[in-house]
Design a protein around this ligand. Structure first.
Ligand SMILES: [Zn+2]
Ligand SMILES: [Zn+2]
Length: 242
């Protein structure tokens, strides 16, 4: 049996049982935070007004149908989504993408704690809704990962906003990964991908997702909720691909 490296074993023990990682998850510096202060400055929340699809408007005057309507980008003007508004907390870019990918694809729960800290520190205006609904992954993917990241996110927000979380949607087709597909291919992929299994009649819902890429998935999911009688759907996501 190889000799036990006591110092390493102690570190692992501390990380596992006392939940105190010694290094910043992003740069490895030793500041005692999951994400050190210099790395936190790289994580800038979206401040600009956002389109109904969550895209931020940079400077240019957004187009509005009505003065009080959320502004609209070109795609949303041509093809308005069923949901009425989107809030994306961060742009999906380095280094946030590493934290999210590490959590989602490699099951690093310490990354989830870092994300929870970011969300905890963010100002999250109350979205005036009845219930939150996670945008689910297919059960096979959930089974492989051992969790559904959107559901965990929705539970976190539900506690923050004191609103129930309802698993109203089922993803009843294992849609291939959407990455690398054109918008048309994504839409074809997602047709009839979601089914609503709960009574959402007349409810104002917030659909919760971790990353919104093109918005095609959120469009398909919100349509299933609206078809089932939901009064309105807004989307909340942690990060938006720009
Ligand atoms: Zn750092
Ligand atoms: Zn848009």
């Amino acid at each position: 049996m190889p000799p036990v490296n006591l110092s390493k074993a102690t570190k692992v023990y501390r990380c596992l049982f006392f939940d105190q990682p010694e290094q910043c998850l992003l740069c490895g510096s030793r500041h005692g935070n999951l994400v050190c202060l210099p790395c936190q400055t790289l994580l800038q929340p979206i401040q600009e007004a956002q389109c109904r699809c969550g895209l931020p408007f940079s400077g240019a005057d957004p187009q509005r149908h009505q003065p009080d309507d959320p502004p609209l980008c070109g795609r949303c003007i041509r093809q308005p989504p069923g949901f009425s508004a989107s809030t994306a907390l961060y742009p999906y870019q380095f280094p946030l993408n590493l934290l999210i990918q590490g959590f989602k694809h490699h099951g690093k729960l310490v990354n989830e704690r870092a994300l929870q800290q970011l969300i905890g520190a963010a100002s999250l205006p109350w979205p005036d809704c009845d219930q939150l609904c996670p945008l689910p992954v297919h059960w096979q993917r959930r089974w492989r990962r051992g969790f559904d990241q959107s559901e965990r996110l929705a539970n976190l927000l539900g506690r923050r906003w004191q609103r129930p979380v309802i698993r109203a949607l089922v993803r009843h087709r294992a849609t291939p990964h959407q990455q690398g597909l054109t918008r048309k291919q994504r839409q074809r992929n997602l047709r009839h991908a979601f089914r609503c299994q709960a009574d959402v009649q007349d409810l104002n819902l917030v659909l919760v997702d971790d990353v919104m890429t093109t918005g095609s998935t959120a469009r398909a999911a919100s349509q299933a909720l609206l078809d089932a009688g939901a009064a309105s759907v807004r989307v909340w996501c942690l990060a938006r691909t720009l």
